[in-house]
Design a binder for this molecule. Sequence first.
Ligand code: HEC
Ligand code: HEC
Ligand code: HEC
Ligand code: HEC
Ligand code: HEC
Ligand code: HEC
Ligand code: HEC
Length: 386
Amino acid sequence: MRNRLWNTLAIIATISLLAAVVWRYRGLNADDLPVLSPTSNVAQSPSLASPYVAEGRCAECHAEQAEDYQSSGHANTFHATAESEVARWLAGQTFDDPERPYSYEYHFDEATGLSVSIPKQFGDDRFQLPYLLGSGHHALTFLSLVSDRLGDTTGVEHRVSLYRNNDGWDLDLTPGHRAQVPQQEVEHFGKVLRGDKLTSCVSCHTTQGEIVRQQIENLTPNVGCQNCHGPGRQHVAAMENDKQDEYMGFTQQSAREEVEVCGRCHRLAHSESGAEVSPNDIRNVRFQSVGLLQTRCFTESEGRLRCTTCHDPHRKVSGDVNHYVDRCSSCHRKPDFTSCPVSPQTNCIECHMPAIDIHRGIKFHDHWIRVRSDLGEAITTQTGDE
Ligand code: HEC
Ligand code: HEC
Ligand code: HEC
Ligand code: HEC
Ligand code: HEC
Ligand code: HEC
Ligand code: HEC
């Protein structure tokens, strides 16, 4: 029984040095996904050298963006668990599953990292938790890579996540894990992810990396410069040689194209299979790009509204309401556009982009900017600051 568990799971937690071999010329940024840079398309032609440079290279010439970026959520989306503070915090903690007759126990040691056991089900057997996703602003979720019976790689999203509370963390079920009945041993630990579900989980949270067996090779964690701007080798070489024609340009980018770059991860309607694009669909609150593409502010402003109208992609999201009100007011004044009959100068966000509870008190701002019939209700779900 135990042996079978080990054989089926065959968890490898250490990243082998062999991973240094450049395995493929392109990372996990799926080939068909847009990046901001037109020059990145050149990287389609096979080449032995990786089209990426070390992320630190960008800082040599773009110190300002690189410094701002450190505080943004994008700089913190993917970690090796062993290097995180929470691994030590979790050691010795237990979590009683609210739906199953057992508890999870967490273990940490320097040599093997963080692992979890289910003593009532599998005795001392331990399941490794090598990767941690999220900045922890709201939540953190573990990802493991295991080998299935056929030797193919399977991802496991751990059943238990960490949720930020006022002075630390709560443990609770990961969103989407309620009412799951384990069909195989590994499902006691979490949900099995295969194919696109697994690769996109990694590619939305990293800049580069390829799942090879139970490891991620050529890993550049987090949503780095070259995720949005595309691979930078040609740009760096050109700039070093004073050639000005290899911009990591985005200036030619239309508003829609830019929203689609962000929408690769913040979602676009067609990536939500079959989902009706409806203002009443709660998922569209979480998926900012889906909502924004529908609002009349976008469709009737002739390309003047984009994500970067309100957000500096290199900085932590601003919590200053007046910053956003200024953005609204830059359009909503006469004679070009209508102004608000109710409140022409203040508080636009709480009435037209309210924060809505998605899961366990985690709130997102509805980017489908509109006059709302549910105004009263929306205002009561508003937190104020975040
Ligand atoms: C050797 C210096 C150098 C390095 C290294 C470098 N850049 Fe640049 N980059 C420049 C110069 C010079 C420009 C021209 C525009 C300017 O003056 O900022 C530029 C322009 C850009 C632009 C377009 C700005 C605009 O206004 O159109 C982006 C985006 C950019 N770089 C991103 C990157 C990224 C991402 C990296 C890392 C992969 C990187 N750069 C590495 C020198 C460099
Ligand atoms: C299509 C791209 C995409 C995929 C696939 C994806 N994520 Fe995310 N993830 C995001 C974006 C964008 C956010 C930030 C906005 C949000 O929370 O919806 C996020 C946020 C998170 C957060 C919360 C971070 C915080 O503290 O706010 C966690 C945890 C997380 N993802 C884990 C995962 C795991 C685990 C998987 C795979 C099973 C996964 N994600 C798959 C794009 C993605
Ligand atoms: C989440 C996507 C994203 C990431 C990550 C990102 N950028 Fe940008 N960057 C953009 C967008 C979008 C613009 C255009 C901004 C605008 O139009 O206001 C931009 C603009 C720039 C510019 C032009 C000057 C400016 O600030 O507008 C430079 C230079 C630049 N980025 C460098 C970097 C570097 C260096 C990093 C990594 C430290 C980085 N970017 C990370 C999306 C990103
Ligand atoms: C490769 C996937 C990816 C792309 C592309 C991307 N994001 Fe994100 N974004 C994420 C993830 C993952 C998070 C969650 C970060 C965390 O864990 O807190 C996030 C968080 C954010 C946040 C809130 C967190 C914070 O404090 O900074 C904003 C705002 C945001 N993204 C805007 C943008 C914009 C604007 C663009 C396009 C210019 C963009 N993103 C492109 C994956 C992406
Ligand atoms: C780039 C310009 C632009 C920006 C920025 C902008 N809007 Fe708009 N918005 C428009 C246009 C154009 C319309 C169509 C009606 C009109 O001409 O005023 C519109 C329509 C609206 C409507 C009516 C929508 C409906 O479905 O009836 C509301 C409400 C609104 N905007 C609120 C806001 C708020 C709040 C902000 C800031 C968070 C904002 N807008 C930012 C251009 C903009
Ligand atoms: C008209 C202004 C505006 C535009 C355009 C805009 N946002 Fe936002 N966004 C906001 C406001 C306001 C908040 C709430 C900030 C706070 O926490 O106080 C926000 C918050 C966010 C957050 C944090 C989670 C949340 O929903 O509270 C993410 C992620 C985000 N925006 C992504 C995007 C992306 C991606 C785009 C482009 C598709 C975009 N935003 C365009 C105004 C805007
Ligand atoms: C207290 C809630 C509230 C606040 C705050 C508020 N609005 Fe409104 N807004 C409304 C309501 C309700 C309507 C619909 C009024 C009607 O149809 O008579 C409206 C309508 C609008 C319209 C559509 C006008 C038209 O003629 O079609 C725009 C544009 C708008 N608001 C923009 C804004 C902007 C920009 C701000 C911030 C400067 C703002 N609103 C602040 C509640 C609010």
